[in-house]
Design a protein around this ligand. Structure first.
Ligand SMILES: NC(=O)c1ccc[n+]([C@@H]2O[C@H](COP(=O)([O-])OP(=O)(O)OC[C@H]3O[C@@H](n4cnc5c(N)ncnc54)[C@H](OP(=O)(O)O)[C@@H]3O)[C@@H](O)[C@H]2O)c1
Length: 528
């Protein structure tokens, strides 16, 4: 797996992306972004649409209606979005591309709390159908606070906007968080379904749009050599880490409600667990892939609330140092209670009750204010059963024990430094039989000269194409919540000891109890 070999591989078309979206241009449509004056629209959504335009992947007549409570003209909206693309865009703004793109931008003031607020939107949609040929095709992007998701869906339903006549389509994309526990997620699903059918609903988890996460599917199911090893017989355990070096920053109010389990584990990490653990789908049809993911999530052994403390570790960061800079404790962040017990770190052990994984645990951890930002999946293989090698001699006298040879490790780096590393044992040059581990590396950056699209680009295009493979289905979301809600219930019944909170320093890898947790199983967290 050297770069030289991979240069050859890079010339081959990628079957997944070719099959799913490359070379396909969606039908003309209007995307209505509710929450168009918000942070997500400015930082991610409009820059992603612009990048699609620059790559020639948008249909003719493509239009965006920005809807927000703030009053502004279409001209002001265009100007604001131009600045966003210049500031946050992956590709530099080109005036010729921008002019065509901006022609399709409109703005409508819309307040969800106002009963007849959709009047202007109706008129603008009709105008775009007439003037730009969007033919009644609409995508409604819910980029408003989650408390408004159900009400907005209901309003679109009663206004007749969720139902399409003839051959046109109506879809909705809903942002995270999708509920705050199993009951609320179920209730939200129920309310969305009053106006939209399941095949119209696209629940976004931007992790699934990342090239490296999609490559996991290709790695597993387009390479014959790893699949026979991908099970309890050869894998000792799996570690999934989502490390953030940032603190709560300006999102203190949100984080106080959410915490690390809801913010990262329930969605992104459970999606990674599903993709690493699932069986091979028979094809890449959306339902086939999602059926396999759901089967895996159903096999995850529930953690009973009474066992939550023994199966998980919670933490909260105190003040500390990151990159030579003093950073405040979580409790000192804006909009955070000075006595908050909210978790900014979670570690847990997940057992999967099926033939492939029984006895091979998945260890998950996520935290804020780690020393660096990194997301990776580490597959730790079992040790060799017997070592035929002696100390520094080639004689069979005084054999080294098998546990002196490091086991193989496969690391899939999701971000940053996207790539894959396989750790193997090798003989160091010289007369003696000395063994050392070496890495075989595949680096995205050097193997493929093409820049990866942003996750949102891929997902927005897939939604326009009507391909929900990389979006979470109703049952996936509910299964992930079923698992996480039991833990939250256990934690609520046993709040952290205020004397032990905060329990890790900013700039460290989490609380000591997390290392102890692994040590109890005779294992340790990887140093990233
Ligand atoms: N920002 C991110 O990086 C990020 C990441 C993941 C998920 N999300 C999710 O994406 C959604 C948007 O997040 P954000 O960060 O963009 O939020 P934000 O900056 O607070 O923006 C919220 C938007 O919703 C609009 N809005 C609020 N209440 C409304 C109402 N009653 N009627 C109509 N519009 C209303 C606001 O309009 P006005 O400003 O004009 O009042 C604004 O455009 C949230 O669900 C969030 O959880 C965001």
């Amino acid at each position: 797996m050297t770069d030289t070999l991979l240069d050859d591989v890079a010339l081959q078309p990628n079957p997944l992306s070719e099959g799913l979206s490359q070379g396909r241009v969606p039908l003309p449509c209007v995307v209505v972004i509710f929450g168009a004056t918000g942070d997500l629209t400015q930082r991610k959504l409009v820059p992603a649409f612009y990048a699609l335009a620059a790559d020639g992947l948008l249909p003719p007549g493509f239009s965006i209606i920005g809807a927000g409570r703030t009053e502004q003209s279409t001209e002001d909206f265009r100007e604001g979005m131009r600045k966003s693309v210049e500031r946050f865009g992956r590709v530099p703004l080109r005036t010729d591309v921008w002019n065509v793109f901006a022609d399709g931008l409109r703005y409508c003031t819309y307040d969800l709390d106002h009963p007849d607020g959709l009047h202007a939107l109706h008129e603008t949609l009709d105008e775009l159908d007439r003037e730009r040929g969007t033919a009644g095709n609409r995508i409604f992007y819910f980029s408003i606070p989650p408390s408004g998701f159900a009400a907005l869906a209901e309003r679109l339903g009663t206004e007749g906007l969720s139902h399409a006549d003839g051959s046109s389509f109506r879809r909705m994309i809903v942002e995270k968080p999708f509920g705050h526990n199993l009951d609320s997620a179920r209730a939200l699903n129920g309310k969305l379904h009053v106006a939209f059918k399941e095949d119209q609903i696209y629940r976004i988890d931007h992790y699934l749009g990342k090239e490296t996460v999609q490559n996991l599917l290709v790695f597993r199911f387009a390479n014959g050599i790893f699949e026979p090893l991908w099970n309890r017989q050869y894998i000792d355990h799996v570690q999934i880490t989502v490390a953030e070096n940032l603190g709560a920053e300006g999102r203190g109010a949100y984080y106080e409600e959410s915490g690390a389990l809801r913010d990262i584990i329930q969605n992104h990490v459970m999606q990674l667990v599903a993709i690493v653990g699932m069986e091979a789908p028979s094809n890449f049809g959306a339902e086939t892939v999602r059926d396999e993911k759901v089967k895996l999530l159903r096999a995850v052994r529930p953690i009973h609330p009474d066992d939550a403390l023994s199966h998980t570790v919670r933490g909260q960061y105190g003040e500390g140092w990151i990159d030579g800079e003093r950073v405040p404790a979580y409790r000192q962040e804006h909009s955070v209670a000075p006595d908050s017990l909210r978790e900014t770190f979670v570690a847990m052990k997940v057992d999967i009750d099926n033939w492939r994984w029984a006895g091979t645990p998945f260890y998950l951890r996520t935290g804020k204010r780690f020393p660096k930002r990194a997301t990776e999946i580490a597959i730790q293989f079992r040790r060799v059963p017997h070592s035929p090698f002696g100390g520094n001699t080639a004689t069979p006298v005084g054999l080294l024990p098998a546990d002196s040879i490091d086991p193989n490790l496969l690391v899939l780096r999701i971000q940053p430094d996207e790539g894959i590393t396989l750790r193997i044992s090798a003989k160091t040059p010289g007369q003696s039989m000395t063994i050392r581990t070496v890495n075989m590396d595949f680096l995205y950056g050097s193997a493929f000269l093409k820049e990866s699209p942003e996750a949102y680009e891929r997902l927005l295009l897939d939604c326009m194409l009507g391909d929900p493979t990389l979006f979470a289905r109703e049952d996936e979301v509910e299964e992930a919540w079923r698992f996480c809600t039991a833990i939250l219930d256990g934690w609520r019944a046993h709040p952290p000891d205020p004397n032990d909170c905060p329990n890790y320093e900013a700039g460290s890898w989490g609380p000591q109890s997390s290392s102890d947790f692994m040590a109890r199983d005779g294992r340790q967290w990887r140093r990233l």
